[in-house]
Design a protein around this ligand. Structure first.
Ligand code: NAI
Length: 326
Protein backbone atom coordinates (compact mmCIF):
# COMPACT_ATOMS: atom_id res chain seq x y z
CA UNK A 1 0.00 0.00 0.00
CA UNK A 2 1.29 3.50 -0.86
CA UNK A 3 1.62 6.38 1.62
CA UNK A 4 -1.63 8.40 1.91
CA UNK A 5 -2.14 11.53 -0.22
CA UNK A 6 -4.19 14.56 0.82
CA UNK A 7 -7.30 15.37 -1.23
CA UNK A 8 -9.13 18.64 -0.51
CA UNK A 9 -12.69 19.16 -1.74
CA UNK A 10 -14.60 22.45 -1.50
CA UNK A 11 -18.39 22.61 -1.55
CA UNK A 12 -18.22 19.26 0.23
CA UNK A 13 -21.80 19.43 1.51
CA UNK A 14 -23.26 20.23 -1.91
CA UNK A 15 -24.85 17.99 -4.55
CA UNK A 16 -21.67 17.18 -6.44
CA UNK A 17 -19.74 16.75 -3.20
CA UNK A 18 -22.22 14.13 -2.04
CA UNK A 19 -21.46 11.96 -5.04
CA UNK A 20 -17.79 12.84 -5.48
CA UNK A 21 -16.49 12.14 -1.97
CA UNK A 22 -17.68 8.55 -1.93
CA UNK A 23 -16.05 7.84 -5.30
CA UNK A 24 -12.74 9.34 -4.15
CA UNK A 25 -12.92 7.36 -0.91
CA UNK A 26 -13.59 4.10 -2.71
CA UNK A 27 -10.49 4.45 -4.89
CA UNK A 28 -12.10 5.37 -8.21
CA UNK A 29 -9.96 8.49 -8.57
CA UNK A 30 -6.45 7.44 -7.61
CA UNK A 31 -6.59 3.66 -7.71
CA UNK A 32 -7.24 0.77 -5.34
CA UNK A 33 -3.78 0.97 -3.71
CA UNK A 34 -3.79 4.70 -2.89
CA UNK A 35 -5.01 5.70 0.60
CA UNK A 36 -6.42 9.21 0.91
CA UNK A 37 -6.84 11.80 3.64
CA UNK A 38 -9.97 13.86 2.89
CA UNK A 39 -9.85 17.58 3.79
CA UNK A 40 -13.25 19.20 3.31
CA UNK A 41 -14.00 22.91 2.96
CA UNK A 42 -17.44 24.46 3.38
CA UNK A 43 -18.95 27.81 4.33
CA UNK A 44 -19.91 28.22 8.03
CA UNK A 45 -23.70 27.64 7.53
CA UNK A 46 -22.96 24.25 5.93
CA UNK A 47 -20.66 22.91 8.67
CA UNK A 48 -23.43 20.79 10.25
CA UNK A 49 -24.28 19.28 6.89
CA UNK A 50 -20.63 18.49 6.20
CA UNK A 51 -20.39 16.73 9.57
CA UNK A 52 -23.27 14.54 8.40
CA UNK A 53 -21.43 13.71 5.17
CA UNK A 54 -18.36 12.75 7.22
CA UNK A 55 -20.49 10.50 9.41
CA UNK A 56 -21.71 8.70 6.29
CA UNK A 57 -18.18 8.41 4.91
CA UNK A 58 -17.16 6.88 8.22
CA UNK A 59 -20.09 4.47 8.06
CA UNK A 60 -18.89 3.18 4.69
CA UNK A 61 -15.73 1.87 6.44
CA UNK A 62 -13.73 2.51 3.27
CA UNK A 63 -10.37 0.70 3.51
CA UNK A 64 -8.60 3.55 1.66
CA UNK A 65 -9.63 6.42 3.94
CA UNK A 66 -6.67 7.24 6.14
CA UNK A 67 -8.17 10.35 7.76
CA UNK A 68 -10.79 13.04 7.37
CA UNK A 69 -11.37 16.62 8.51
CA UNK A 70 -13.65 19.56 7.74
CA UNK A 71 -13.06 23.28 8.05
CA UNK A 72 -14.44 26.63 7.00
CA UNK A 73 -10.89 27.98 6.61
CA UNK A 74 -9.20 27.46 3.25
CA UNK A 75 -5.70 27.55 4.79
CA UNK A 76 -6.65 24.59 6.96
CA UNK A 77 -8.44 22.57 4.29
CA UNK A 78 -5.70 23.05 1.67
CA UNK A 79 -2.76 22.37 4.03
CA UNK A 80 -0.25 20.11 2.23
CA UNK A 81 -2.99 19.05 -0.22
CA UNK A 82 -1.79 17.00 -3.21
CA UNK A 83 -5.14 17.24 -5.02
CA UNK A 84 -7.70 20.03 -4.71
CA UNK A 85 -11.18 19.88 -6.25
CA UNK A 86 -12.73 23.36 -6.22
CA UNK A 87 -16.41 22.49 -6.41
CA UNK A 88 -17.97 25.11 -4.12
CA UNK A 89 -19.04 28.29 -5.90
CA UNK A 90 -21.67 30.96 -5.67
CA UNK A 91 -24.69 30.04 -7.80
CA UNK A 92 -26.41 32.64 -9.94
CA UNK A 93 -29.12 34.29 -7.81
CA UNK A 94 -32.34 35.95 -8.99
CA UNK A 95 -31.67 39.07 -11.06
CA UNK A 96 -27.92 38.42 -11.06
CA UNK A 97 -26.12 39.34 -14.28
CA UNK A 98 -23.30 37.16 -15.64
CA UNK A 99 -20.87 39.92 -14.63
CA UNK A 100 -22.14 39.83 -11.01
CA UNK A 101 -21.67 36.06 -10.97
CA UNK A 102 -18.12 36.44 -12.32
CA UNK A 103 -17.29 39.00 -9.64
CA UNK A 104 -18.83 37.04 -6.76
CA UNK A 105 -16.82 33.98 -7.75
CA UNK A 106 -13.69 36.00 -8.42
CA UNK A 107 -13.70 36.94 -4.74
CA UNK A 108 -13.97 33.27 -3.66
CA UNK A 109 -11.40 31.95 -6.12
CA UNK A 110 -8.88 34.75 -5.43
CA UNK A 111 -8.90 33.90 -1.73
CA UNK A 112 -8.70 30.18 -2.41
CA UNK A 113 -5.87 30.68 -4.93
CA UNK A 114 -3.88 32.60 -2.31
CA UNK A 115 -4.46 29.86 0.26
CA UNK A 116 -3.35 27.20 -2.23
CA UNK A 117 -0.24 29.25 -2.95
CA UNK A 118 0.56 29.49 0.75
CA UNK A 119 -0.15 26.01 2.10
CA UNK A 120 -0.72 23.33 -0.57
CA UNK A 121 1.85 20.81 -1.82
CA UNK A 122 4.20 22.37 -4.41
CA UNK A 123 3.07 19.68 -6.87
CA UNK A 124 -0.64 20.10 -6.22
CA UNK A 125 -3.13 19.24 -8.94
CA UNK A 126 -6.08 21.64 -8.87
CA UNK A 127 -9.36 21.11 -10.71
CA UNK A 128 -12.00 23.88 -10.81
CA UNK A 129 -15.51 22.49 -11.21
CA UNK A 130 -17.52 25.40 -9.74
CA UNK A 131 -18.79 27.75 -12.46
CA UNK A 132 -17.70 29.75 -14.35
CA UNK A 133 -15.09 27.00 -14.09
CA UNK A 134 -12.48 28.15 -16.64
CA UNK A 135 -12.32 31.72 -15.38
CA UNK A 136 -12.44 30.60 -11.73
CA UNK A 137 -9.40 28.39 -12.41
CA UNK A 138 -7.60 31.33 -14.05
CA UNK A 139 -8.33 33.57 -11.06
CA UNK A 140 -7.04 30.96 -8.60
CA UNK A 141 -3.94 30.44 -10.75
CA UNK A 142 -3.16 34.15 -10.96
CA UNK A 143 -3.33 34.34 -7.17
CA UNK A 144 -0.81 31.53 -6.76
CA UNK A 145 2.40 33.03 -8.19
CA UNK A 146 4.68 30.55 -6.39
CA UNK A 147 3.17 27.55 -8.14
CA UNK A 148 3.59 26.32 -11.71
CA UNK A 149 0.52 27.66 -13.62
CA UNK A 150 0.10 24.14 -15.01
CA UNK A 151 -1.07 23.01 -11.56
CA UNK A 152 -4.42 24.70 -12.34
CA UNK A 153 -7.08 23.17 -14.59
CA UNK A 154 -10.84 23.37 -15.14
CA UNK A 155 -13.35 20.69 -16.01
CA UNK A 156 -14.64 20.08 -19.53
CA UNK A 157 -14.58 16.32 -19.05
CA UNK A 158 -18.34 16.22 -18.50
CA UNK A 159 -18.79 17.85 -21.92
CA UNK A 160 -16.29 15.35 -23.39
CA UNK A 161 -18.19 12.41 -21.90
CA UNK A 162 -21.52 13.83 -23.09
CA UNK A 163 -20.08 14.10 -26.60
CA UNK A 164 -18.93 10.46 -26.50
CA UNK A 165 -22.41 9.38 -25.42
CA UNK A 166 -24.17 11.34 -28.18
CA UNK A 167 -21.87 10.04 -30.91
CA UNK A 168 -22.17 6.51 -29.52
CA UNK A 169 -25.97 6.70 -29.66
CA UNK A 170 -25.93 8.06 -33.21
CA UNK A 171 -23.54 5.41 -34.56
CA UNK A 172 -24.97 2.54 -32.48
CA UNK A 173 -21.58 1.97 -30.94
CA UNK A 174 -20.29 1.84 -27.41
CA UNK A 175 -18.43 4.80 -25.94
CA UNK A 176 -15.32 2.62 -25.65
CA UNK A 177 -15.27 2.30 -29.48
CA UNK A 178 -14.86 6.08 -29.81
CA UNK A 179 -11.41 7.67 -29.64
CA UNK A 180 -10.03 11.19 -29.99
CA UNK A 181 -13.07 13.27 -29.12
CA UNK A 182 -12.23 16.91 -28.41
CA UNK A 183 -13.91 19.75 -26.53
CA UNK A 184 -12.36 23.12 -27.32
CA UNK A 185 -12.75 26.23 -25.19
CA UNK A 186 -15.07 27.22 -22.38
CA UNK A 187 -17.32 25.03 -20.22
CA UNK A 188 -20.35 26.98 -21.43
CA UNK A 189 -22.75 27.03 -24.34
CA UNK A 190 -19.97 28.38 -26.60
CA UNK A 191 -17.82 25.25 -26.19
CA UNK A 192 -16.98 23.44 -29.42
CA UNK A 193 -17.41 19.66 -29.34
CA UNK A 194 -15.27 18.52 -32.30
CA UNK A 195 -15.55 15.10 -33.93
CA UNK A 196 -13.29 15.91 -36.87
CA UNK A 197 -10.39 13.87 -35.42
CA UNK A 198 -12.55 11.25 -33.71
CA UNK A 199 -12.81 7.64 -34.81
CA UNK A 200 -15.58 5.11 -34.23
CA UNK A 201 -14.37 1.52 -34.25
CA UNK A 202 -11.21 2.70 -36.04
CA UNK A 203 -12.82 4.64 -38.90
CA UNK A 204 -13.31 8.42 -39.08
CA UNK A 205 -16.41 9.55 -37.18
CA UNK A 206 -17.03 12.30 -39.74
CA UNK A 207 -17.64 9.62 -42.43
CA UNK A 208 -20.36 8.01 -40.35
CA UNK A 209 -22.58 11.02 -39.67
CA UNK A 210 -23.76 13.84 -41.90
CA UNK A 211 -22.97 17.50 -41.54
CA UNK A 212 -26.56 18.50 -40.78
CA UNK A 213 -26.69 16.10 -37.77
CA UNK A 214 -23.40 17.55 -36.58
CA UNK A 215 -24.54 21.16 -36.83
CA UNK A 216 -28.20 20.86 -35.93
CA UNK A 217 -28.17 18.07 -33.37
CA UNK A 218 -24.79 16.99 -32.00
CA UNK A 219 -23.15 20.35 -31.27
CA UNK A 220 -26.22 22.06 -29.75
CA UNK A 221 -27.18 18.94 -27.75
CA UNK A 222 -23.75 18.75 -26.11
CA UNK A 223 -23.65 22.51 -25.56
CA UNK A 224 -27.14 22.56 -24.00
CA UNK A 225 -27.04 19.25 -22.12
CA UNK A 226 -26.66 20.93 -18.72
CA UNK A 227 -29.82 22.98 -19.29
CA UNK A 228 -31.71 19.87 -20.51
CA UNK A 229 -30.81 18.04 -17.28
CA UNK A 230 -31.96 20.94 -15.12
CA UNK A 231 -35.26 20.95 -17.04
CA UNK A 232 -35.78 17.20 -16.59
CA UNK A 233 -34.47 16.73 -13.05
CA UNK A 234 -35.19 20.11 -11.51
CA UNK A 235 -31.58 20.25 -10.35
CA UNK A 236 -28.27 20.56 -12.15
CA UNK A 237 -26.13 17.56 -13.10
CA UNK A 238 -24.40 16.24 -10.03
CA UNK A 239 -23.48 12.54 -10.25
CA UNK A 240 -22.30 12.90 -13.85
CA UNK A 241 -20.30 16.00 -12.92
CA UNK A 242 -18.70 14.13 -10.02
CA UNK A 243 -17.92 11.19 -12.32
CA UNK A 244 -16.26 13.52 -14.82
CA UNK A 245 -14.16 15.09 -12.05
CA UNK A 246 -13.00 11.59 -11.07
CA UNK A 247 -12.11 10.85 -14.73
CA UNK A 248 -10.21 14.15 -15.07
CA UNK A 249 -8.07 13.64 -11.97
CA UNK A 250 -7.51 9.92 -12.60
CA UNK A 251 -6.29 10.42 -16.17
CA UNK A 252 -4.11 13.41 -15.22
CA UNK A 253 -2.46 11.31 -12.51
CA UNK A 254 -2.43 7.81 -13.97
CA UNK A 255 -2.28 8.62 -17.71
CA UNK A 256 -4.31 8.36 -20.91
CA UNK A 257 -4.15 5.40 -23.34
CA UNK A 258 -1.53 5.90 -26.10
CA UNK A 259 -4.10 5.79 -28.92
CA UNK A 260 -6.53 8.24 -27.33
CA UNK A 261 -6.74 11.62 -25.61
CA UNK A 262 -9.06 13.53 -23.28
CA UNK A 263 -10.26 17.14 -22.99
CA UNK A 264 -8.96 19.31 -20.17
CA UNK A 265 -9.20 23.07 -19.71
CA UNK A 266 -5.63 24.19 -18.99
CA UNK A 267 -3.59 27.40 -19.18
CA UNK A 268 -3.17 28.16 -22.89
CA UNK A 269 0.45 28.30 -24.06
CA UNK A 270 -0.62 29.81 -27.40
CA UNK A 271 -1.11 26.42 -29.11
CA UNK A 272 -3.58 26.56 -32.01
CA UNK A 273 -3.39 30.38 -31.86
CA UNK A 274 -5.39 30.56 -28.60
CA UNK A 275 -4.60 33.58 -26.35
CA UNK A 276 -1.95 32.71 -23.79
CA UNK A 277 -2.97 32.48 -20.14
CA UNK A 278 -6.71 31.86 -20.47
CA UNK A 279 -7.87 28.45 -19.26
CA UNK A 280 -9.04 26.85 -22.49
CA UNK A 281 -10.05 23.25 -23.16
CA UNK A 282 -7.65 21.38 -25.44
CA UNK A 283 -7.15 17.76 -26.44
CA UNK A 284 -4.44 16.47 -24.08
CA UNK A 285 -2.45 13.33 -23.43
CA UNK A 286 -1.27 12.58 -19.91
CA UNK A 287 1.95 10.66 -19.18
CA UNK A 288 3.86 10.37 -15.88
CA UNK A 289 1.42 12.73 -14.13
CA UNK A 290 1.83 15.53 -16.69
CA UNK A 291 -0.48 16.68 -19.47
CA UNK A 292 0.61 17.78 -22.95
CA UNK A 293 -1.56 19.39 -25.62
CA UNK A 294 -1.96 17.17 -28.68
CA UNK A 295 -0.18 19.16 -31.39
CA UNK A 296 -0.44 19.26 -35.16
CA UNK A 297 -4.16 18.61 -35.65
CA UNK A 298 -5.65 20.07 -38.82
CA UNK A 299 -8.14 22.83 -38.10
CA UNK A 300 -10.58 23.58 -40.94
CA UNK A 301 -12.61 26.79 -41.30
CA UNK A 302 -15.67 25.28 -39.61
CA UNK A 303 -13.65 24.37 -36.53
CA UNK A 304 -11.62 27.58 -36.49
CA UNK A 305 -14.71 29.76 -36.37
CA UNK A 306 -16.07 27.84 -33.37
CA UNK A 307 -12.71 27.65 -31.57
CA UNK A 308 -12.38 31.42 -31.91
CA UNK A 309 -15.92 32.13 -30.69
CA UNK A 310 -15.39 30.23 -27.43
CA UNK A 311 -11.93 31.81 -27.04
CA UNK A 312 -13.56 35.23 -27.42
CA UNK A 313 -15.98 34.46 -24.59
CA UNK A 314 -13.08 33.50 -22.29
CA UNK A 315 -11.19 36.68 -23.19
CA UNK A 316 -14.32 38.69 -22.32
CA UNK A 317 -14.68 36.84 -19.01
CA UNK A 318 -11.04 37.59 -18.23
CA UNK A 319 -11.53 41.27 -19.10
CA UNK A 320 -14.63 41.47 -16.87
CA UNK A 321 -12.57 40.47 -13.81
CA UNK A 322 -9.32 42.16 -14.86
CA UNK A 323 -9.55 44.76 -12.07
CA UNK A 324 -9.58 41.92 -9.53
CA UNK A 325 -6.52 40.10 -10.88
CA UNK A 326 -3.13 40.67 -9.24
P1 NAI B 1 -24.53 22.97 -4.62
O1 NAI B 1 -25.14 24.33 -4.48
O2 NAI B 1 -25.35 21.75 -4.34
O3 NAI B 1 -23.24 22.89 -3.69
C1 NAI B 1 -22.27 23.88 -3.64
C2 NAI B 1 -21.68 23.87 -2.26
O4 NAI B 1 -20.58 24.78 -2.26
C3 NAI B 1 -22.64 24.31 -1.17
O5 NAI B 1 -22.69 23.33 -0.15
C4 NAI B 1 -22.04 25.63 -0.68
O6 NAI B 1 -22.22 25.81 0.72
C5 NAI B 1 -20.58 25.42 -1.00
N1 NAI B 1 -19.81 26.67 -1.12
C6 NAI B 1 -20.20 27.87 -1.61
N2 NAI B 1 -19.22 28.77 -1.51
C7 NAI B 1 -18.16 28.13 -0.95
C8 NAI B 1 -16.86 28.54 -0.58
N3 NAI B 1 -16.47 29.79 -0.75
N4 NAI B 1 -16.05 27.62 -0.03
C9 NAI B 1 -16.45 26.36 0.17
N5 NAI B 1 -17.68 25.90 -0.15
C10 NAI B 1 -18.52 26.78 -0.71
O7 NAI B 1 -23.93 22.94 -6.09
P2 NAI B 1 -23.44 21.67 -6.94
O8 NAI B 1 -24.57 21.14 -7.71
O9 NAI B 1 -22.65 20.77 -6.06
O10 NAI B 1 -22.47 22.40 -7.99
C11 NAI B 1 -21.28 23.02 -7.59
C12 NAI B 1 -20.72 23.84 -8.73
O11 NAI B 1 -20.34 23.02 -9.82
C13 NAI B 1 -21.67 24.89 -9.29
O12 NAI B 1 -20.95 26.10 -9.53
C14 NAI B 1 -22.09 24.29 -10.62
O13 NAI B 1 -22.48 25.28 -11.55
C15 NAI B 1 -20.81 23.62 -11.03
N6 NAI B 1 -20.91 22.57 -12.06
C16 NAI B 1 -19.89 22.48 -12.96
C17 NAI B 1 -19.89 21.51 -13.95
C18 NAI B 1 -18.77 21.41 -14.94
O14 NAI B 1 -18.88 20.59 -15.86
N7 NAI B 1 -17.68 22.17 -14.84
C19 NAI B 1 -21.02 20.57 -14.05
C20 NAI B 1 -22.02 20.71 -13.03
C21 NAI B 1 -21.95 21.70 -12.07
Amino acid sequence: MKAPVRVAVTGAAGQIGYSLLFRIASGDMLGPDQPVVLQLLEVPPAMDAVQGVMMELEDCAFPLVAGMSASDQAEEAFKDADYILLVGAKPRGPGMERKDLLEANAAIFSAQGKAINDVASRNVRVLAVGNPANTNAMIAQRNAPDLDPRCFTAMTRLDHNRALAQLGNKTSSHVTDIKRMTIWGNHSATQYPDISHATVAGTPAADQVDQSWLEESFIPTVQQRGAAIIKARGQSSAASAASAAIDHMRDWTLGTPADDWVSMAIPSDGSYGISEGIIYSFPVRCVDGRYEIVQGLDVDDFSRERMNATEQELVEERDAVKHLLP
